[in-house]
Ligand binder design. Structure first.
Ligand code: CS2
Ligand code: MN
Length: 391
């Protein structure tokens, strides 16, 4: 695997000099300063690439070229945004970039309720507490139609949760859900958020799939032309939330994706932390089945909790993800590519990490701790090295 590290650009607290010492040889980044929907100019891409290469690192993957909400809904200026997206892909290709990650989650990118959940050893993790989320949706946001989607039990639990919530914790819960986690391009106030959700009335799963397919049919030829690989990131959590449809959550969705637009440039990001939240997602089987379409991996684990739908981020080798099986399957896939003389290394990043040791004193971006991610990367690299000797 190619070991990479997500870097949020020149203002990131973790510098490129730091990244070289993590064991990563590649960088995953984006031109976050360019507003969603605008073309990334060749000059700006070149300058960022030169910055990375000056530290003897490679710009391995762009994460993400964000997809404008208008494209997902096919409203407003979506035609112009698709044109711009194509141009950005061509510009990236011109600069020698070969892999682009993106997602197609409506309104919100990844979602958590709790950003400093304390683990028994005093370190901190991100968590999705289904009860807190229900309290938010039912009694803070008061989303129309939500009542009928919850059982009486769930509603009762959410009420009790809300009654025991201190005002400052309530504000924090709301901010955690709608203020935008690292990498997401949007953040909202409660009022804006309600409006954004309303804009999806009438867009169900089939409609959103259709919009994704139409988008891919436009951008895949540009990717092919530039020799780029497109890697869609899954929904996180991998199920519909807030009445919004989701189209990249389970194996059938990947099947649909690769058969609807069968170009070899149309592939996926295997985020084991996102897919792995569902017990019915067999990650090893996913690698075996869709191996040739995996262009990027996020390797981390989650632990499902007692309340259905709740989970927290586990250590990279702990939790519910069969990391040994996944890494083994990825290595087998790399071997196959090598035999076919195809570019063989699959870029991986540790995705998120716990806050441990000195991370706890710092205000690092949620999930993007320095030491916690480094520990995850080191563990996965060790696992890989050990497995390699057995293959
Ligand atoms: C998140 C997102 O789990 C994750 O990887 O950190 O920022 C994710 O990178 C984007 O949704 C991908 O487009
Ligand atoms: Mn991920």
């Amino acid at each position: 695997m190619e070991h990479t590290w997500r870097w949020f650009g020149p203002n990131d607290e973790t510098t490129l000099t730091d990244i070289r010492q993590t064991g990563a040889t590649g960088v995953v980044t984006a031109l976050h300063e360019i507003p969603n929907g605008e073309v990334w100019p060749v000059e700006a891409i070149k300058a960022r690439k030169a910055m990375i290469e000056a530290h003897s690192l490679r710009w391995s993957v762009v994460e993400s070229v964000p997809v404008h909400e208008d494209i997902k809904k096919r409203t407003g200026n979506y035609k112009e945004y698709i044109q711009n997206y194509k141009q950005t892909l061509l510009n990236l290709a011109e600069c020698g970039i070969d892999t682009v990650c993106y997602n197609f989650m409506p309104v919100l990118d990844w979602t958590r309720t709790d950003l400093d959940y304390e683990l028994p050893d005093g370190s901190r993790a991100l968590r999705f507490d289904q009860t807190a989320f229900a309290a938010f949706e039912l009694y803070i946001l008061e989303r129309k139609g939500a009542e009928s989607e919850y059982s009486d039990d769930e509603k009762a639990r959410a009420k009790v949760f809300l009654e025991n919530l201190k005002p400052e914790d309530k504000d924090r819960l709301v901010a955690n859900i709608i203020a935008g986690l690292p990498g997401s391009e949007e953040s909202y106030t409660l009022e804006q958020f309600r409006e954004k959700l309303d804009e999806y009335a009438g867009i169900d799963k089939d409609k959103l799939r259709e919009h994704l397919k139409l988008f891919l049919e436009e951008i895949v030829p540009a990717a092919e032309q530039g020799g780029l690989r497109l890697a869609i990131h899954p929904d996180d959590p991998p199920r519909p939330i807030l009445g919004l449809p989701r189209v990249v959550s389970v194996k059938d969705d990947i099947d649909w994706l690769v058969t609807s637009v069968p170009s070899p440039a149309n592939g996926i990001t295997l985020c084991t932390g996102s897919y792995g939240v569902r017990a019915d997602n067999d990650l090893v089987d996913m690698v075996n089945r869709f191996g040739s379409r995996i262009f990027f991996t996020h390797l981390r684990s989650t632990k499902r909790e007692e309340v259905a739908g709740s989970f927290h981020e586990a250590s990279h080798l702990g939790g519910d993800v069969d990391m040994v099986g996944v890494v083994r399957a990825l290595l087998v896939e790399e071997k196959k590519r090598n035999d076919n003389n195809a570019p063989s290394l699959i870029p991986m990043r540790p995705d998120h990490g716990h806050q441990i040791l000195n991370d706890l004193e710092k205000n690092t971006k949620p999930g993007y701790s320095k030491l916690g991610r480094m520990k995850g990367l080191a563990e996965v690299r060790g696992l890989e090295l050990g497995l390699k000797s057995t293959l």
